[in-house]
Design a protein around this ligand. Structure first.
Ligand code: MN
Length: 263
């Protein structure tokens, strides 16, 4: 972080209040400049801490389990990893031991669940090697990459961006973050999702095509990763639709369950 003065702000074309002191690590983004009105910083609770995890970016990997890749119409043996983002204010935090209401979103008639392991970073960089990548991980959470599948497919068919199918309000559901110091890293373990008591998705993290370490490494070739970034690591096969009234129960070996009700 460096301090820049008002002259610097004016020459970069950004707006700041007269006399405001601006602290920034990016002259373009004016991070830390005094704002004309407040907006919230997205955060995630951390188990065992009063402090929360501040979210900088949400990355998601696509088609990271071979069987899910095939059900989406791809050939997993030939596909390098690819990523998309959700806006940070799409986060819905779900408390352990509660069933959180989750509103069925607008525009869709085919709303899908995708249960996923989520990695939360405490550091980052560019071109991080896979053997150093897990040093960046602060902790892990259980997440749902909720998807308006009909809109995602329609946009894909037209070779347009997925945004409307993936990056809408409340689409990034997740439980609290568990620090690595308490859980260790997740490279294997059962992951599942049930709807109204019937198991729909059931796999093991060892079936991920790209491990969390490899995901971080690959992502860092395209983007500078930083503390506060979180990564949804992909969903197993048998994604499917929900309707209002459905109760979803997500399980990941080593973490508490997470549950939501579609309302
Ligand atoms: Mn997903």
């Amino acid at each position: 972080m460096n301090t820049i003065n008002r002259r610097t702000i004016l020459t970069t074309g950004a707006v700041a209040l007269a006399g405001a002191t601006v602290r920034s690590d990016s002259a373009d983004a004016q991070v830390g400049a005094k704002a004309i009105f407040p907006i919230g910083q997205a955060t995630i609770p951390v188990v065992g801490l009063k402090e929360v995890f501040p979210v900088r970016r949400i990355y998601c990997i696509g088609r990271n389990y071979a069987a899910h890749s095939r059900e989406m119409g791809s050939d997993p043996t030939r596909e390098p990893p690819f990523f998309f983002q959700k806006p940070t204010d799409a986060i819905q935090n779900v408390e352990v031991g509660k069933v959180a209401d989750h509103a069925y979103p607008v525009l869709t008639k085919n709303y899908h669940y995708e249960v996923e392991l989520v990695a939360a970073l405490k550091s980052g960089g560019n071109n991080i090697s896979p053997d150093k990548a897990l040093d960046c991980v602060y902790g892990y959470a259980l997440g749902l990459d909720m998807t308006r599948r009909d809109l995602q497919r329609a946009m894909g068919d037209e070779k347009k961006p997925w945004e409307i199918g993936k990056s809408f309000d409340h689409s990034a559901v997740l439980g609290p973050i568990h620090p690595v110091s308490k859980t260790g890293h997740f490279t294997k373990g059962a992951i599942s999702l049930a709807v109204n008591g019937a198991v729909k998705q059931s796999s093991d993290l060892k079936n991920m095509i790209w491990s969390v370490a490899e995901q971080i490494s690959k992502l860092s070739e395209a983007f500078e990763l930083k503390a506060g970034d979180i990564i949804y690591s992909g969903t197993p096969e048998n994604v499917g639709p929900v309707v209002k009234g459905d109760v979803l129960l997500c399980k990941l070996e080593g973490l508490p369950d997470m549950s939501i009700k579609i309302v």
